[in-house]
Design a protein around this ligand. Structure first.
Ligand code: FAD
Length: 318
């Protein structure tokens, strides 16, 4: 089923969904299943699987010269999504990026997903790779997620890159896109960022999932602004329980979100990360309950490969 169909079917009841990371290269698929198993009792309508681009490393050769090498730390998502759908009979949503993909690669990726019965995709630009300051698309790739949405929606109309194709079948992908209640790090302003979010929706995005936030007011204000700009699709909030003291610095740096003073104070007072995890769970439970009370159709949790604290949150909320 598509995400939109899941929302309609739930008839106003708030549902639980989550995102997982592919395991590090060399790890078995069971490491994913071990994370998913404890969360299945909360009946997620779908599970997202993130996509991780290749990285470049430079190895010094015996002659002192440097050799550029491409390293892929995590496997791709097509096989993982198929395995999840097959094992749990739940929709798996692969994330698909502009970065590292030519338009041809994108089309082939989508064809594989379609063959496997995958109904939803999350279309994202991707971040710059570590060796770049700014995002650089492939020569024949997309520069923005809105262009990627265009390509997916064209495939839904049966428009393939190869114009010679006759009677090509139409895919039926439901497309999600990302959004940032505290604005994307590169955007000059939230207003400007929402303008481009609207472009993604006008190009055919069916729903939106937000970056994590720790102050619900930021989400509510963001939704109001999107609605007043004419964005009407569901805006699914992304949530993450804090789990270590270090995240007080890592999260603002990496995700460009603010942490509320009360949360920082509570984490600061913890004597161990066991205590921090409890503070993180309680904070996330309060956020979740308020969003649930506001009638939000789906709460989406970033598991970051660990399910125990997400389970504790879900147990208290769903
Ligand atoms: P875009 O929508 O393309 O926007 C990027 C920037 O360009 C924004 O500042 C926007 O305002 C601006 N912009 C957009 N269109 C235009 C235009 N036409 N002209 C000028 N400026 C424009 N990353 C991964 O690598 N793998 C993942 O699996 C992954 N999952 C994610 C899931 C969610 C829910 C979210 C919110 C993010 C995820 N990311 C992931 C991170 C994401 O790839 C980065 O945040 C990336 O920097 C931006 O992606 P985007 O799709 O929002 O980009």
């Amino acid at each position: 089923m598509t995400v939109i169909e899941h929302i309609e079917k739930a008839k106003g009841e708030t549902q639980f969904s989550f995102e997982i990371l592919p395991p590090l290269k060399g790890e078995h698929i069971n490491s994913i299943f071990e994370n998913i198993d404890p969360l299945m009792e909360f009946k997620p309508p779908f599970i997202d699987v993130t996509y991780h681009r290749e990285e470049y490393i430079y190895k010094e050769l015996a002659n002192g010269l440097l050799k550029k090498q491409i390293v892929r730390k995590r496997p791709g998502t097509v096989g993982i999504c198929a395995a999840i759908q097959n094992k749990y009979q739940v929709d798996a949503i692969p994330h698909i990026l502009c970065g590292g993909f030519s338009k041809e690669d994108t089309e082939n990726f989508l064809i594989d997903l379609d063959f496997l019965g995958i109904k939803n995709v999350m279309a994202l630009r991707g971040d710059p790779i570590k060796s770049e300051i700014y995002f650089k698309p492939e020569t024949d790739g997309h520069a923005y997620a809105s262009d990627l949405v265009n390509q997916i929606k064209a495939l839904n109309k049966g428009q393939y890159l190869d114009e010679e194709l006759q009677n090509s079948s139409k895919t039926k992908f439901c497309v999600g896109v990302g959004a940032y209640p505290e604005k994307h790090m590169e955007a000059p302003s939230l207003v400007n960022d929402i303008k481009f979010l609207k472009e993604k929706v006008e190009n055919g995005a069916d729903y939106i999932v937000t970056q994590m936030f720790f102050d619900n007011q930021k989400y509510f204000d963001f939704v109001d602004k999107c609605r007043s700009e004419g964005i009407t699709v569901p805006i699914i909030p992304g949530l993450k329980p804090i789990s270590t003291k270090r995240q007080l610095n890592i999260i603002p740096h990496r995700f460009h979100v603010d942490l509320p003073e009360d949360l920082i104070k509570a984490v600061d007072q913890c004597k161990s990360n066991v205590e921090v995890r409890q503070v993180g769970v309680e904070w996330c439970v309060q956020q979740s309950k308020e969003l649930q009370a506001a009638g939000i159709p789906i709460l989406h949790y970033y598991s970051m490969g660990k399910s125990d604290n997400i389970k504790q949150v879900a147990f208290k909320v769903f």
